[in-house]
Design a protein around this ligand. Structure first.
Ligand code: FAD
Ligand code: DHB
Length: 391
């Protein structure tokens, strides 16, 4: 098979890149190892920054998002049984975020690609990227039991943290930066309307909790749990009891309970792979970097990467101008490190480390109190949460 851009992975990064290339008339092939149902159902992120929503609209993928997505103008911080609302528009010059699940973003982009875009092969596992240093890179893959090769001009490695793209970069040229955390998130979906109209981020001596939502009738809820926890270790009753303990306030607020329909555990990690380019191979999204989920940056970073990459690929393909491709890695890494900084700071402020001392607890509470009482500290959080500019 021959194409201009071989895209490995049909997560949000690969699918949006495919869409942007389709719209610019640049042909591409998308290889995705999983089947369509799996990609469309995998529960992950839920918050779109304004820049992400704008990018999806500009790509012609914003119709259902604008009808069904829930605009959110703030979040609530809970600590010491107090609540403090952070109002985004007044702190950021009008910015806000949208609650619209990653599953729905992927469904919309898959539908667009299948109705007139280039090929999108499900069940097609990329095995290796070859000759990335040349002008004619190749991707070897297996589909329906047979091996094949995509010959192309550029490869986009959009295959997430566990993909094969990163392996094509010689280790001597790579610098990685990593931190793991001794805790994880137990995430559940529940058929019950959200207990609060905005997201609630709670710091508690027993650990972090997050009340999020998917639709007006479906809640998405998270609990900090020890690293290595199995979701099956938690009964549904215990999950609700723990959520109630960690989010409780003294003003009569009540947590709504309902049937839990899915539960899974997400490990927490910070990771950056530099550079994000090797020859004609460009790494995007989780293939290049991971943030802990506190602050909801993962999906948004992936979108930022592919918007930058699509622009650079289209320019190089049309005119031969290499400036965008040459700047790709450095341009993305500036945003990536800002998101790493923010996600780390949110994680440290809100989670209970197993070795935490009473001194550490007091520091967390002082930091939350500072945000609740100091406009500059609150604005710093609001600006980072609603998103860093794409350029
Ligand atoms: P992915 O979504 O991982 O997509 C990569 C795709 O490549 C996948 O479809 C995969 O099947 C495919 N692939 C892998 N290897 C190959 C191969 N060899 N050949 C072909 N295809 C391949 N972020 C948040 O902001 N909030 C959250 O609550 C949140 N929860 C998360 C929960 C989990 C379990 C995980 C793993 C991530 C979560 N994230 C969350 C992060 C966010 O979902 C990711 O940052 C986002 O999915 C990144 O998109 P991506 O397209 O780069 O990678
Ligand atoms: C969600 C996930 C996050 O990591 C976050 O900070 C907010 C919301 C969610 O899945 O809804």
């Amino acid at each position: 098979m021959r194409t201009t851009v071989a895209i490995i992975g049909a997560g949000p990064a690969g699918l949006l890149l495919a869409r942007l290339l389709d719209a610019a008339g640049v042909d591409s092939v998308v290889l995705e190892s999983r089947d369509r149902a799996y990609v469309e159902r995998r529960q992950r992120a839920g918050i779109l920054e304004q820049g992400t929503a704008d990018a999806l609209r500009a790509a012609g993928a914003g119709g259902r998002m604008d009808r069904e997505g829930l605009p959110h103008a703030g979040i609530e911080l809970r600590f010491a049984r107090r609540r403090h609302r952070v109002d985004f528009p007044s702190l950021t010059g009008g910015r806000s975020v949208l609650v619209y699940a990653q599953t729905e973003v992927c469904k919309d982009l898959i539908a667009l690609r299948l109705s007139g875009g280039g090929p999108l092969l499900f069940g097609a596992e990329a095995l290796a990227v070859e000759d990335a240093e040349t002008h004619r890179p190749r991707v070897r893959y297996r589909h329906e039991g047979r091996e094949g090769v995509v010959e192309c001009a550029y490869v986009a490695g959009c295959d997430g943290f566990w993909g094969v793209s990163r392996r094509a970069v010689p280790p001597a040229l790579v610098q990685t930066y990593e931190r793991t955390y001794p805790f994880a998130w137990l995430g559940v979906l529940a058929d019950v309307p959200p207990s609060h109209d905005e997201l609630v981020y709670a710091r508690h001596d027993r650990g972090f909790a997050l009340l999020s939502q998917r639709t007006p009738t479906v809640s998405r809820l998270y609990l900090q749990v020890p690293e290595g926890t199995d979701a099956a270790d938690w009964s549904h009753g215990d999950i609700w009891d723990e959520l109630e303990r960690r989010t409780g306030t003294d003003d009569g607020w009540r947590l709504r309970r309902g049937p839990i329909t899915a539960a899974s555990v997400t490990p927490m990690r910070s990771y950056v792979h530099e550079p994000m380019r090797h020859g004609r191979l460009f790494l995007t999204g989780d293939a290049a970097h991971i943030v802990p989920p506190t602050g909801a940056k993962g999906l948004n970073l992936a979108v930022g990467d592919v918007v930058t990459l699509a622009r650079a690929l289209v320019a190089h393909h049309a005119t031969g101008d290499p400036a965008g491709l040459d700047a790709y890695s450095a341009t993305c890494l500036r945003r990536v490190w800002q998101a790493e900084r923010f996600s780390y700071a949110m994680t440290a402020m809100l989670h209970r480390h197993p070795d935490a001392t009473p001194f550490d607890d007091r520091l967390q509470l002082a930091q939350l109190d500072r945000i609740a009482t100091t406009r500059s500290a609150e604005a710093d959080l609001a600006e980072a949460y609603t998103g860093f500019p794409l350029d």
